[in-house]
Design a protein around this ligand. Structure first.
Ligand code: FES
Length: 170
């Protein structure tokens, strides 16, 4: 991983401190917006919904957020460095090989809902940070630090062509 994609410990502390301060300044009601349970269908229900995504415009290192059955889903075009780093990491408290989460290593597709209390994590260079209580996910969507118990969920994904994926089961 290049230096530009790594936050060292001092930077991370600084970043987390700023994020915490931002949450305090903005107010938890704004920064932490968990899905209301009635609007938060289970993955079983969601699997009946499908969302087609044109991935041709997502450059390496970029992410697009799409809606799948009303839930945010992060579609990430990972760089070669990110793929290599995730391949060599077992994850954190919910260990899972990256290969089990990304069918095609350069494309990671995860449900953008924190597994702690349902906030939407914010993208960072190392993965995601949930602003509500500080859960940190890596670039495979695996929980690395903080109170969230599980990795970000991986929805069913079909790679239809070089330009198109379908989230959900067709
Ligand atoms: S809801 Fe994400 S850390 Fe609590």
């Amino acid at each position: 991983m290049s230096n530009s994609t790594v936050l060292d410990n001092a930077d991370r502390r600084d970043f987390l401190g700023k994020a915490t301060a931002a949450v305090g300044a903005a107010g938890a009601a704004v920064a932490c917006w968990p899905f209301v349970s009635s609007m938060n269908p289970s993955l079983d229900t969601l699997e009946k919904a499908t969302t087609e995504v044109n991935i041709s415009g997502i450059a390496p290192g970029q992410m697009e957020t799409v809606s799948w059955g009303g839930k945010p889903v992060f579609v990430v075009h990972r760089t070669a460095e990110q793929v290599a780093a995730m391949k060599n990491s077992p994850g954190g408290k919910d260990p899972q090989p990256d290969a089990d989460r990304a069918k095609q290593p350069e494309w990671l597709v995860v449900v953008g809902v924190c597994t702690h209390m349902g906030c939407i994590p914010a993208r960072t260079e190392e993965g995601w940070l949930c602003p509500c209580h500080g859960s940190v996910y890596d670039n495979s969507g695996r929980i690395m630090h903080g109170p969230a118990p599980l990795n970000l969920a991986v929805p069913p994904v079909q790679f239809v062509s070089a330009d198109k994926i379908i989230i959900g089961e067709a």
